[in-house]
Ligand binder design. Structure first.
Ligand SMILES: CC(C)(COP(=O)(O)OP(=O)(O)OC[C@H]1O[C@@H](n2cnc3c(N)ncnc32)[C@H](O)[C@@H]1OP(=O)(O)O)[C@@H](O)C(=O)NCCC(=O)NCCS
Length: 178
């Protein structure tokens, strides 16, 4: 199995980050980043990500958030977005962990590596369970969540997106992520 290096961005990752962004051209760029916007100096981007992870400057509403990127031979193949806490919105739409793999790198186990790293991260924060939300039609994500012990609580209609989402919990106490 090819192992990813999974970590936060540093100042040295600008070209890998921009090349990774290009892979998502024509698609929703939030699959690559929530933070970087056209013209933002990369150094500012890295500092913002570091602060988000530490909860520095996080106002009421958003929660401390860590973005980890998966690197293979210096290229970014995907990311895992870790919401360290749950607010009202995340409780129905988003959950603790979001993940995406660049289309050409899919089905090689990279999504699972990112996902499991997210579970370990939440476990290390002392949390006992993790919430995942996912559209029932997203077969890849459903496979990943259910394959990692996700137990569905319910399906909810999310008005802002006009779609149904499944809500799954993974119990970290009974798993190998702690
Ligand atoms: C979901 C996603 C991250 C999976 O990434 P990936 O690197 O292809 O995943 P993996 O190769 O690790 O496969 C994980 C599991 O999903 C299964 N799987 C992957 N793609 C699949 C597909 N299209 N249909 C059915 N199952 C699929 C794999 O067989 C594997 O199951 P297994 O562990 O039982 O073998 C990727 O498809 C993606 O980025 N999708 C768009 C973003 C997204 O939807 N994110 C989740 C939002 S809830």
């Amino acid at each position: 199995m090819e192992l990813l290096e999974i970590r936060q961005l540093t100042l040295h990752d600008e070209s890998a980050f921009l090349a990774g962004l290009k892979e998502w051209e024509g698609e929703d760029t939030s699959w690559h980043t929530f933070t970087w916007k056209e013209g933002m100096p990369f150094g500012e981007h890295v500092v913002r990500l570091e602060n988000d992870a530490l909860g520095i400057g996080v106002k009421a509403g958003p929660v401390p958030h860590t973005m980890l990127y998966g690197f293979l031979d210096g290229q970014i193949v995907g990311r895992c977005s870790i919401r360290q806490e749950l607010n009202e919105r995340l409780l129905t739409n988003g959950g603790n962990i979001g993940y995406a793999v660049t289309p050409r790198f899919r089905k090689r186990g990279f999504g699972s590596q990112l996902f499991k790293t997210g579970l370990s991260y939440i476990s290390e924060l002392g949390r006992k369970k993790v919430l995942l939300t996912c559209a029932p039609s997203n077969t890849a994500s459903v496979a990943m969540i259910e394959g990692n012990g996700g137990v569905m609580e319910n399906e909810v209609f999310v008005e802002e997106d006009g779609e149904i989402l499944r809500r799954y919990w993974i119990d970290l106490k009974s798993s190998s992520y702690h």
